[in-house]
Design a protein around this ligand. Structure first.
Ligand code: 5GP
Ligand code: ZN
Length: 112
């Protein structure tokens, strides 16, 4: 298994988890871009948002429920942002669907 996020999801690579259920795991980004920077991923390998189909779209519900749960944390009391970089121009560097959850400071807009 070469996908780093699959290895994290399976527990083969240790990480500090912020949330976990049967379909989703969330953990802290190793290069945080905000005081709190969490990655929310499906445990199943889905390459990006472009690979969502009728069959796997239920993962969107599971991910949004995880994000809602995480949003109750004190670090996100002032608000937060969710981003899913997709493809080269989107800035995606890991080919396993993930949602960045950023908070703990006022975030600029638009992104670069
Ligand atoms: P992308 O650039 O694809 O939108 O986001 C990938 C994110 O994964 C980056 O923010 C990067 O810092 C993070 N990342 C890459 N490898 C690892 C890792 O092994 N562990 C953790 N916790 N984060 C990682
Ligand atoms: Zn994967």
């Amino acid at each position: 298994m070469s996908c780093i996020f699959c290895r994290i999801a399976s527990g083969e690579v240790a990480t500090t988890k912020a949330y976990e259920d049967s379909e989703v795991v969330a953990f802290y980004d190793t290069a945080p871009q905000a005081p709190t920077h969490i990655l929310v991923i499906p445990k199943a390998h889905i390459p990006s948002l472009s690979a969502i189909t009728e069959e796997n779209a239920h993962i969107g519900t599971a991910i949004f429920r995880a994000i809602a749960e995480l949003s109750k944390r004190a670090e996100f009391a002032g608000g937060f942002r969710v981003v899913s970089n997709s493809g080269a121009d989107g800035g995606q560097t890991v080919g396993h669907l993930h949602f960045h959850m950023l908070g703990g400071r006022a975030l600029g807009w638009p992104p670069g």
